[in-house]
Design a protein around this ligand. Structure first.
Ligand code: EPU
Length: 352
């Protein structure tokens, strides 16, 4: 059985700290509960579109309110709380570990680092849950989870069967996977299997990590530890990203756009300082740089703004409405387009 609650405040479930309500809301603690839930064919919520909540750290509740009323989403919201970490197999080189979708991502990174398991130490302090991580192939400081992810176990809503997606099946891309495209809304992620390594292969190509390690006299590769790397990442993140417990935000709001070589050549002539790096198909441009150059870094309209230390982060300075944040984001898209002819795509999941 699952307790279905009604008119539940979503404030604790979104890191943008937007006040909105879910008409129906349920917490899922075990996968068996899903079989029960989807068997309730007569229930009022049975035909409503689902919204799946992980940590709510990549979600903007952007629906417009009627006059001064609180926004109510007519949907059934499912908060995925399935916990557990289980070693499936291990040998001297690596460990295969299954992690419940509801586990906190950062706590899992800390756990892996403590065990001496390498591969995700650069991904410390990313907010959200393990189950949400594959959706957008979370990444930071030169590492993405597609490098250690082996399999995703998911509940298929239509067939009510549990299905496994191999790494390849997930069709990972930059902040992208099949779960954001063809499989969107069709599956509930139950657990994720990772292969982590017992011998670290430190990934320090990101200049900021090297500088941070140097500051702490930890730059000697022979004595470097997973803990030192993860703590360096945490210090970098803390120094430029707002803590959502204090300032509402959803991390990077837009993706870093990828442009063709042709477009790049055109832009670089006019803007020689453009921050970008090569990719397979062209160049990836730093969206934060574009926003800053368009004059929007640290800008504030009412209770919405860009974070003064990182223009790619939109923040709720307190009591902002989701629709206002979305409107502000649209203004940024237009301003960047006017200046650079590049249209920024949201990285965040916008629920209107
Ligand atoms: N920049 C500016 N002005 C700004 C912000 C950035 O000029 O206001 C420039 C920086 O100087 C730097 C470049 O843009 O040269 C890149 O900035 P940064 O290193 O802060 O990384 P990012 O590209 O803005 C991406 C991810 C982050 C991830 C970092 C580190 C995306 C959309 N974002 O940000 O991920 O932590 O790299 O790897 O890819 C997230 O997805 O929520 C997230 C925080």
């Amino acid at each position: 059985m699952v307790e279905i609650q009604e008119n539940v405040s979503l404030l604790p479930y979104n890191t943008f700290q937007i006040e909105a309500k879910a008409r129906y809301f349920a917490e899922i603690n075990r996968k068996e509960e899903l079989f029960w839930l989807f068997a309730q064919k007569e229930a009022a919520y049975s035909t409503l579109p689902l919204v799946v909540l992980g940590g709510g750290s990549n979600l903007l509740l952007a629906k417009k309110a009627q006059a001064n009323e609180t926004v109510v989403y007519p949907n059934l919201f499912l908060k995925m709380n399935i916990l557990g970490k289980e070693i499936l197999t291990q040998d001297e080189d690596s460990v295969l570990v299954r992690v419940g979708a509801g586990e906190n991502w950062h706590h899992f990174v800390e756990f892996a680092v403590e065990q001496g398991w390498a591969g995700i130490e650069n991904l410390a302090l990313i907010y959200g849950t393990v189950g949400a991580a594959p959706l957008q192939n979370i990444g930071a400081y030169g590492v993405e989870i597609k490098e250690t992810l082996v399999e995703v176990e998911a509940f298929e809503i239509e067939s009510q069967k549990v299905k496994c997606f191999s790494n390849q099946d997930c069709q990972f891309g930059y902040r992208d996977s099949i779960f954001k495209r063809e499989a969107k809304g069709k599956y509930l992620i139950l657990s994720v299997v990772f292969r982590l390594h017992k011998k670290p292969n430190f990934r320090l190509e990101y200049g900021a990590i090297q500088e941070e390690l140097k500051k702490e006299n930890q730059s000697d590769p022979d004595s470097l530890t997973l803990k030192a790397v993860s703590q360096a990442v945490m210090r970098i993140r803390n120094s430029k990203l707002p803590n959502p417990a204090e300032i509402g935000n959803g991390g990077s709001f837009f993706k870093n756009p990828e442009i063709s070589q042709e477009v790049f050549q055109k832009i670089i002539k006019k803007f020689p300082d453009l921050v970008s790096y090569p990719t397979e198909n062209g160049r990836k441009v730093a969206a934060g740089w574009l926003i800053e150059q368009a004059g929007w870094k640290g800008k504030r309209v009412g209770q919405v703004g860009t974070y003064p230390k990182q223009a790619l982060i939109l923040v709720n300075w307190g009591g902002a409405k989701g629709a206002d944040i979305w409107e502000f984001a649209t203004q940024i898209q237009k301003a960047v387009f006017e200046k650079f002819e590049i249209w920024l795509e949201p990285e965040i999941n916008v629920l209107t």
